[in-house]
Design a protein around this ligand. Sequence first.
Ligand code: SD4
Length: 332
Amino acid sequence: MVDRRQFLQAGALAAGMAALPGVQARVQGGAKVVSTWDFGVPANQAAWKVLAQGGSALDAVEAGARWAESELCNPTVGHCGNPDRDGVLSLDASIMDGDGRCGAVAALVDIPHPVSVARKVMENSPHVLLVGEGAQQFAVQQGFERRRLLTPQAEAAWREWLKTEKYQPQINAERRGLPGNSDNHDTIGMLALDARGHLAGACTTSGMAWKLHGRVGDSPIIGAGLYVDNEVGAATASGVGEEMIRNAASFLVVELMRQGRTPAQACREAIDRVVRKRPEASRTLQVCFLAMNKQGEVGAYALHRGFVYAVCDAQRQDDLRDSPSIYTSTQA
Ligand code: SD4
């Protein structure tokens, strides 16, 4: 047994060793964080600050997702998101630890950090998913600030949209994140592996712009937009969430890895499944999967060309990769 003095000595030694560059690199070892789209690069860097200090994968993905929710001002994640067709901005988020614990919120209004509320659902409630008013009430009880989030730009974009009222999700809208345009979907899905070999993931979004009031996408649905299992690996998704829900897609990707597929093969097979189920719809909407197995191998696959994902580890913190896709023409 380790007594208190030995414990304190060991802690002090570890802290001192971590300050040495060589040891720091070994501590970070196989740690890695990956996330969807171009804005995954700075989001990963926010998560990396946690991993580089030997922090947990769970803390890392929360930090990365929080970065996207507050620092990114685009029409689709967090506080700058576009509203639904009634002019209400509602946010969805989930978080999952590789040990199976998870929490999520959906249709959350006027609370700036849905991913942290999702974590509180996981840690401080007996439930997994809270929605709408109940989610907001829980957030306020947990000490979260409540404030109006809809920006003047998002409100102006909505008023513009009202002229046509056309709901037509655009492929790869994430890569054209200019405030006030008609971009209508966007999500950050993030997966991390920490130095202890533990996995976690988070997913946060304002969902599809101009959605029906009350619509919930895949991002807060455990197994659809996010799934993590320490025995195997983790997966997350971006794109039109109805397709992920129909196929329990992130769970599917993890289960395919369990059967021996690499992350890239598993993502590809899940995309094939989406196409088989709805071949016609698949031509006009985007679906993207990103996965990492417990060895830290990463893979992705998309329906349409244009999906990119960011990878960050001790060697490199700004790696942005193109995902392969089924349809290769530039349809966006
Ligand atoms: C949703 N999957 O609400 C989200 C949106 C998204 O890239 O991922 N856009 O359906």
